[in-house]
Design a protein around this ligand. Structure first.
Ligand SMILES: *Cc1c(COP(=O)(O)O)cnc(C)c1O
Length: 419
């Protein structure tokens, strides 16, 4: 980072500028953002009417749904939209899925200027195609872009283009239960010059990936290792944004806990060992309180936690339950809180049989129950239900999947294609 850029950052602190599309989201998540200069200028935004479609001539062979490995298969087409500092967002193209052309100097390859999103399209038995809360992904992608001085964009316009891409490749959406089409919007800095600063060129692209259940064995509980030697996120850092730079440093710790016989890192923060996230998922704990009620807890959006769409959905469903709109299969009263949880609290609750369950949440795996945490040389055991899911996560998962796939009507499900 050049000195002058640092000075610019510092000098503009007192009167932080927000673009309107970022402001709404930061208000709900409590994240303060400094927006980049480029998006403040009057440049062209994404224009759906300019879309060019280049159809693939040779349709790729489609593998059988049952053999799909998460993230390994891509559909026929992709969406690309170039951006430059002089003219803003350029012509959107839907074109055959294939390699991108990048110069070796492209700054993304040196300074990790890359952000991404993860969302899913579902197709029901009648052929109706839906997205789940896609507006949240568009808002979050803009906050991620702004955080690393990539250009922001009109989220509604990108969403319209994603719908067109999904429509074109809709025969790639698997219909087996638990199957869907994973959508991966990405933005990279493509400036052809070595140097750290806001890029003068960028590329937004979207690829589609037919997927089955994230864990091949179904909702089998996973084991975690309470990681204290490495950090995923720190106060004032970038943990609350979906930036590529947050993931590379987690790969070695993931490999190391794998060698110890655990599935994922449980990222613990500070000398108090606060629970933050599980691998690349948000985290929930259920405690039994002294009066017999249950408390569903998740760490607060303090800047270290990624504001997950699934996290928000679990919180909303649980809050509706506590306000009387009962979740099917959950009779217990629960209180829902966003607060910090120390590992000592989890361990003590486990010892006193007050720990009901612990699970991760994210678009890819939806809900991931946990059955044990390796912590300071011993295992903390966590109860799991007969089918792997716990007494809160089970009913939450059924409601969530129902709303995602459209079997339970809700305004979270956006129909993009009628049969
Ligand atoms: C994407 C992600 C999540 C989950 O977010 P969803 O919107 O629910 O998919 C949680 N934590 C991290 C670190 C993530 O990258």
């Amino acid at each position: 980072m050049s000195l002058s850029f640092l000075r610019l950052l510092r000098s503009s602190r007192p009167s932080v500028l927000y673009s309107p599309r970022v402001r709404d989201y930061t208000r709900t998540s409590g994240i303060r953002l400094l927006n980049n200069d480029a998006s403040q200028a009057q440049l062209a935004d994404i224009d759906v009417s300019k879309l060019e479609v280049i159809h693939r001539k040779d349709k790729k062979p489609q593998p059988a749904s049952a053999g799909l490995k998460f993230g390994h298969t891509f559909s026929d087409h992709m969406l690309t939209i170039p951006w430059s500092v002089e003219s803003g967002w350029g012509t959107p193209q839907i074109r055959p899925y294939g390699p991108l052309e990048l110069e070796p100097s492209a700054t993304v390859l040196h300074y990790a200027q890359t952000i991404f999103e993860g969302m899913k399209a579902y197709k029901d038995e009648q052929g109706r195609v839906t997205l789940f809360r896609p507006d949240m992904n568009m808002r979050r992608m803009n906050t991620s872009a702004a955080r690393i001085a990539l250009p922001t964009f009109d989220g509604n316009a990108l969403l319209e283009l994603i719908k067109k891409l999904v429509h074109l490749d809709k025969e790639w959406i698997p219909t087996l239960p638990g199957y869907s089409m994973y959508i991966r919007p990405t933005m990279i800095a493509t400036q052809k010059a070595i140097g750290v600063g806001p890029p003068n060129e960028a590329l937004l692209f979207v690829i589609l990936c037919p997927v089955g259940p994230y864990y091949a064995g179904g909702f089998k509980p996973v084991s975690l290792y309470g990681t204290t030697d490495y950090v995923r996120a720190a106060p004032g850092g970038t943990g609350a944004f979906k930036l590529g730079v947050n993931y590379a440093p987690g790969i070695l710790p993931q490999k190391l806990v794998g060698e110890k016989g655990y599935a994922q890192n449980l990222w613990l923060h500070g000398p108090e060992h606060y629970l933050t996230e599980v691998g690349t998922m948000n985290l929930f704990v259920v405690f039994e309180q002294d009066n017999g009620d249950w408390e569903l807890v998740t760490p607060p959006l303090d800047g270290m936690i990624l504001p997950g769409v699934t996290r928000d959905s679990v919180l909303t469903l649980a809050r509706e339950h506590s306000q009387g709109k009962k979740l099917d299969g959950l009779d217990r009263k629960i209180t829902v809180t966003e607060r910090s949880v120390k590992m000592s609290e989890v361990k003590e609750a486990a010892e006193k049989n007050k720990l009901i369950e612990l699970f991760g949440s994210g678009t890819a795996a939806i809900i991931s129950p946990v059955d044990r945490i390796g912590y300071m040389g011993e295992d903390v055991h966590i109860p799991t239900g007969p089918d792997g899911m716990g007494p809160v996560s089970g009913p939450v998962l059924r409601e969530l999947v129902g709303r995602q796939t459209g079997t339970i009507p809700s305004d979270w499900s956006v129909v993009i294609d009628e049969p």
